[in-house]
Write a protein that binds this ligand. Sequence first.
Ligand code: NAD
Length: 580
Amino acid sequence: MGNKQTIAQRRKGDQVNLRLSPLGVASRIVGDAGLTIFSVTLVLIVRAIIGVDVTGSRVESFLDAMASSGLLLLVVLTTSVCVTNAALGVYSRQRTYPMRTKMVRLAQSVALAGAAAGVLFFLLPASLEVPIGAFVASWALAAVVLPLARWWSWAYRLDIKTIEYRQDIEARRAAAVEAAAGTTPRKSGTVLVIGGAGYIGSALLPRLLATHEKVRVLDVFMYGTETIAPYLEHPKLEIVDADYRKLDKLVSALQDVDTVVHLGGLVGDPACAWNEALTVEVNLTFTRVIAEIAKASGVKRFVFASTCSVYGASDEVLDEESLLNPVSLYARSKIGSERVLRRLMSPEFAVTILRFGTIYGISGRTRFDLVVNLLAAKAYVDGMITVFGGDQWRPFVHVDDAAKAVATVVGAQEALVAGRVFNVGSEEQNATLGDVGRIINNLVPRATYLDSGRDGDRRNYRVSFRRIRDELGFVPDWTLEAGIRQVLEALRKGEVSDYRDPKYSNVEFLKEMSGRSFLSTAVDDARELISAGDDEYRVPAREPVDDVVLDMDENRTPAPLQYTGHVPSIEAAGSTKLRN
Ligand SMILES: NC(=O)c1ccc[n+]([C@@H]2O[C@H](COP(=O)([O-])OP(=O)(O)OC[C@H]3O[C@@H](n4cnc5c(N)ncnc54)[C@H](O)[C@@H]3O)[C@@H](O)[C@H]2O)c1
């Protein structure tokens, strides 16, 4: 699938201007013109060498051909190529296309240019006739040479990028070693896990409890406390059962914390699309609030859970430096959060962003709204594996490996992770939805496999995990097949009662929560407060001020006197009674 967004759309706000300067456009036009001239010249030279239309020596023959029709061919073909390239956006919007698409588009543009030049030659007077063989050969050669030159320049730059990347890694490693020299291994104090009772959080807790002095979980426990039941009594664990939008709770949860791992929020495209205002508040606005308070409270490290969904749709293998192309509010809320965190980053406040692939496998709070788990459950329970868009690529990672990546970052030297973005997963687990369906089908052969064509999900991306492997030595322990076996085993043992239960699906659970205070945003609250009816400000007209009574019974706490908004007249005030 082509990546058709313009640079401006994709990079808006990133302070990176990828628009070509006039000089850049000019140099590309000169390059394309040069390659077309080269194609025509080469064809005429070859014709002279092999003896087509030879009248004298080879050189004379070439110069004759050039003078009679070659120059015309050269000017017309070169101009048409540059004009069609410009008209089809080769020097503007097509620059953002993946390389393969770019090459195809360029070849198409040259084909169109040749057709236009052909029509022109056909219309020219007979005296200016251009040999058809020379024209077709030049045209075909240009259609090959131009895309190839683009590919070569891309591959060359990629190589340079790789060298620079390696040098960068080495510099970072050296810095980390230097930072660590003479010091004991990093021993962080309290780790606060926000959203620690969720799918990843419940897998992360045992790892952190094994290595850290104190672990605190701040969670609203949307899915109950049973998700972390085995650890509730652990002596190193502290629980703060609260919505992180309650500032008093948030501030006290952040006291004496060394590292924050932020896993909380509304997760997944459908859940986020269900209530956009709530998503923006919970995912973006409060990531900023949490990070600002954390920084002000002296937190040193902040690890944020983002997603590979930020890459959206692309034919290329994407790394942490690739352009982002979000296709959902969920992904946008993550990109917004990443930006906010980058702005807050300082030498005292080290931020690390982890972009997880799509997760699968069993944890304390297994989700069945994720494709691998869902397809496995459907195969086992319903005997059907229905895949929508089997050709879509996704990077997959087991929930235990996601937890391992977080623990690795928390335990790593700061120089290795400060200000870094890491994709979490492995190249081996970049797979199409069709691949997933077929693995499941092999394990559940009685199930029927069906590819029903694309649904509304436009995501399609393969991701590079080289950085996390090279810089942190992170390699997943699980494979897709082992994870699917684990899910099937849990179903077989009855550990999952009904995979359709809303507690296993973020969006279905949110729908079930209707009426709960969690669903209202600060704006909803403000609206409610500001639009209070007049009645709430006034004492009912018939209620005389004489009736205001202070209860002075010694044995009872006096009832608080309610302010009613009514200002008594002087006469009325004098008649206020005290009752003994
Ligand atoms: N699961 C995946 O496939 C996946 C993939 C990529 C990224 N991620 C990211 O990893 C993180 C964790 O994902 P997950 O699958 O464990 O999600 P989850 O929905 O299972 O867990 C989220 C947790 O956050 C808590 N929470 C939500 N709002 C809260 C609030 N206002 N105050 C306090 N607690 C709140 C919930 O109670 C829940 O325990 C998320 O940031 C998610 O975007 C997950």
